[in-house]
Design a protein around this ligand. Sequence first.
Ligand code: SF4
Length: 319
Amino acid sequence: MVERVLLASPRGYCAGVERAVETVELALEHYGPPVYVRKQIVHNIHVVRDLEARGAIFVDSEEEAPTGATIVYSAHGVAPSVNAASASLGHNVVDATCPLVTKVHVQARRYAAAGYTVVLIGHGGHEEVVGTMGEAPEATVLVQDVAEAEALELPKGAKVAYITQTTLSVDETAEIIGVLRRRFPEIHAPKKEDICYATSNRQWAVKEMLDEIDLLLVIGSRNSSNSNRLVEVARALGVEAYLVDDESEIDEAWLDGPRIVGITSGASAPEKLVVRVCDWFRERGIDDISPYQLVQEDVTFRLPVELRRELELAESQSV
Ligand code: SF4
């Protein structure tokens, strides 16, 4: 029977998600609805529904937004071809790509321009990977796991560099990089690793807590890469873990054995969902709920430049 709940920290919203959600909110305020958003602004169904209710229209492709519409690009980034399509449709583009994703795009472009074959470590089909590959499609090869790193064939004498998706498992990526370094000793590495601070901090916070808990609940949506990685981190170290969008997805049968339950949330999950899950436990008589705090994050990003300029202009005209 569950006696105690521990809340991992850091958890939940990262600076890139804060910025992306605020960008859509401010765009709705400033331009008025409808504001089109290309793909889910962040991978969380609650956030998407909330913004939809305020007038955001989510589209799968920029081509679904009418000529001249305001369109916000999601935090996961876009390929240059998306910008080109928006330009031909006369879109008013607000780019909410996380600056840490943009940094990886810049690396991809630089490596490709310098004649490198770029090995992108990431998950095929994920929006971030689609966007990054679009920077230099002919020069980029995708490696998704250790087996693919082992099987990778490159032309003899090719200059090789690797970059990674920002939301991968730190441990699994280190293994893949180990294989690439063994097979291609000259491989060029990014100066600073591409897995972002929020992804690594959340995985680290979970690992630190694992000795104390019998079960981990990760609050996040199915398509949230970093949330899925949190589940995997716990399972790889022998602690059962489940991904839930909110309290309605908790199966009471999971709680039959565990005494101490850990809770964390992915970088795109709002804190109000953690509060709801805690209330769910309180309703079942479990009041011992406390944070397992390791570090305080204080990263923030400025709003997208195009929106910042618009807002500054509007403010100067109002005085
Ligand atoms: Fe940016 Fe990392 Fe957040 Fe993705 S998870 S939006 S890369 S800070």
